[in-house]
Design a protein around this ligand. Structure first.
Ligand code: ADP
Ligand code: MG
Length: 624
């Protein structure tokens, strides 16, 4: 009695993935056991979840468990689960294609990771296809929980697979791996036992091997903190986070009121987005009374905490909550808020306890907190305490907190100042810092493109406004230099009439470039600087936005700036005379001063025009 067999081609991306799995990853073979167990556990979780709301289930009596059978003679590794199973269409859809979003980038990244360090592979979860690391042939017999007829899927992992109807199957899935010649030890009991202990001891269903349960089934997060050893925590982290090493931070927290919550959260040691991989998926699973409701949940934490791994369990959520309704569930929103606040508080505590360790965290994951400030108003207050920047008083490479800045502020200072630049040296050589140095006021250095947006969104910290030093309306008050010095400078400066005449002339000379020209009250040594008349836009923000417009093929739109000039600068004083005696040359000098100031502000100038003009000026200076 033969039933009909159909043959199907793998999707192109699947073929590529299979090729990587079979040819590059054989050194990491153990992974296949973990992947198949994790799929079996997922299928059981799904079944358990469905069984809460659906009465009429096929093979309802079967215990929820995973069984591994080994055949040393025939070289077979077989894993059976009584989970949700797969229909014919599901076998085709799930095992013939890669469901992963953006599967083509996924495969490219995977290939890249395999080249760099095979250990990184664990982070990806190559999934079902890992079975082909150890098997020359893989057969999957499955019957769906809806009771429709079962099927066998079979393939040798090269180009195609077959599907055949298979009568008399129980609910769930059995995967038979026919082991390759050099993989026969996966039919050895000791080998499998060791792998399960190492990777899968926290699976929440019994894993049976020769009638013996080889894992300890428990929800670690529901146990009391004092009973859990450091080692158990670390093992659990490696299990939920698919991680090769211990975590950087861990928070285990339980609450009864106002909501019953158990959360066990981990911060990994590495930032995978930093390492050049795409955006990572959230890594925290949502449970309700120990039943998995939503794996890698997008709803239980804000998106900017996607780097966290772990588990959140709340007894208060209705068990039969559907995945679709998670998005706008009010109770879940409350749980999210409580956990997020608690986690941010934990970070603040850690930062106080061990500032050095926190700086490590900040260097690796600070970017996510910055993303939080710009995207999530709800937690700004907490996030404000956690962000760090270098400053004129900090050591090179050792950022400070806003709280430290405020603590150091002198009586009467009512704002926190910052200025952007590509690096410390460039900022300190620029015109914006000199007035702060002169007045002995600390100033933060923002060196990442996102930083000015972060501080702009934050707006204030402990009632102190956050103000960029390139704002046109910046008022730092009187400086502290002695009256004698000031008188000396006054004497050296252009007098009022000449200043006014120079300003009038400059406004005309730079008419199509600047909005206004002003005699500066704050410059010390530099001849000029660019300031922003729009109080909310900083030069750095403008640069970022211009770059993003250019990426989209649009012209970089720049608002006109103000040019502040230093009436005590010898160059500016000379310009006031030149303007009368040699206007064409004065025009070139004025434009060059403007371009120089733009460059110091990190803004775009036309390099061709600049170079041409610069030669003109050099020729004159060299007496050509
Ligand atoms: P992932 O687990 O990340 O989704 P896999 O490659 O491991 O990717 O599995 C692909 C899909 O195949 C799963 O999402 C699931 O739908 C299905 N699947 C795999 N193993 C089983 C199983 N034992 N029972 C039911 N479905 C399964
Ligand atoms: Mg899987």
């Amino acid at each position: 009695m033969t039933s009909q067999t159909t043959t199907h081609e793998f999707q192109a991306e699947t073929k590529k993935l299979l090729d990587i799995v079979i040819n590059s990853l054989y050194t990491e073979r153990d992974v296949f056991v973990r992947e198949l167990i994790s799929n079996a556990a997922d299928a059981l979780e799904k079944f358990r979840h469905e069984s809460l709301t659906v009465d009429d289930l096929f093979d309802a009596h079967m215990p929820l468990e995973i069984t591994i059978d080994l055949d040393k003679e025939k070289h077979l590794f077989t894993i059976t689960d009584t989970g949700i199973g797969m229909s014919r269409a599901e076998l085709e859809g799930n095992l013939g294609t890669i469901a992963h979003s953006g599967s083509s980038t996924f495969v490219t990244q995977l290939a890249e990771a395999a080249r760099k360090d095979v250990n990184l592979i664990g982070q990806f979860g190559v999934g079902f296809y890992a079975a082909f690391m150890a098997g020359h042939t893989v057969r999957v017999q499955s019957r769906s929980w809806d009771g429709s007829e079962g099927h066998e899927w079979a393939s040798d992992g090269t180009g195609s697979y077959t599907i055949t109807e298979e009568k008399g199957l129980h609910r769930g899935t059995r995967i038979i791996v026919e082991l390759k010649d050099d993989a026969h030890d996966y039919a050895e009991k000791w080998k499998i036992e060791q792998i399960v202990k190492q990777y899968s001891s926290f699976v929440s269903f019994p894993v049976k091997l020769e009638d013996e349960t080889i894992n300890t089934v428990q929800a670690l997060w529901t146990r009391s903190r004092s009973e859990i050893s450091e080692e158990e925590y670390n093992e659990f982290y490696k299990f939920v986070g698919n991680a090769p090493s211990d975590p950087l931070y861990r928070l285990h927290f339980s609450a009864d009121a106002p909501l019953a919550i158990n959360a066990l959260l981990f911060v990994p040691t590495e930032n995978f987005e930093h390492l050049g991989f795409g955006r990572v998926d959230p890594g925290v699973n949502l449970y309700c009374q120990r039943v998995l409701i939503d794996q890698h949940s997008k709803h239980i934490l804000p998106e900017w905490l996607r780097f966290l791994k772990g588990v959140v369990d709340s007894e208060d959520l209705p068990l039969n909550i559907s995945r679709q309704s998670l998005q706008d569930n009010a109770l879940l929103a409350k749980v999210r808020k409580v956990i997020t606040k608690r986690f941010l508080k934990y970070l603040d505590e850690e930062a106080r306890k061990d500032p050095k360790a926190y700086l490590e965290f900040w260097k690796t994951f600070g970017i996510y907190l910055k993303e939080g400030v710009t995207s999530d108003y709800e937690f700004q207050k907490e996030l404000g305490k956690l962000i760090r920047f270098e400053s004129s008083r900090s050591e090179d490479g050792v950022p400070v907190s806003l709280a430290e800045y405020v603590e150091r502020m002198a009586e009467g200072q009512d704002a926190i100042y910052y200025i952007s630049g590509p690096n410390r040296a460039a900022i300190e050589a620029g015109p914006y810092v000199e007035m702060f140095t002169r007045r002995d006021i600390e100033i933060l250095y923002t060196m990442e493109p996102i930083d000015d947006f972060v501080l702009n969104h934050l707006g204030e910290f402990e009632d102190k406004k956050l103000i960029s030093a390139d704002r046109a309306d910046l008022d730092l008050g009187e400086d502290k230099s002695s009256d004698a010095d000031k008188a000396e400078e006054q004497k050296d400066s252009l007098d009022q009439d000449s200043s006014a005449a120079l300003v009038d002339w400059l406004k005309k000379a730079l008419e199509d470039k600047v909005q206004d020209v002003i005699i500066s009250k704050r410059l010390v040594d530099s001849p000029a600087m660019i300031v922003n008349p729009d109080g909310y836009m900083t030069s750095s923000m403008e640069r970022v936005m211009a770059a993003s417009r250019m990426e989209k093929g649009m012209a970089p739109e720049a608002g006109k700036k103000n040019l502040e000039i230093n009436a005590a600068s010898p160059l500016v004083k000379r310009l006031a005379e030149l303007q009368k005696s040699d206007e064409p040359f004065a025009q070139a000098v004025a434009e060059q001063i403007y371009d120089n100031a733009m460059i110091q502000a990190g803004l775009v100038v036309d390099p061709l025009t600049l170079v041409e003009r610069n030669y003109k000026i050099l020729n004159r200076a060299a007496g050509v």
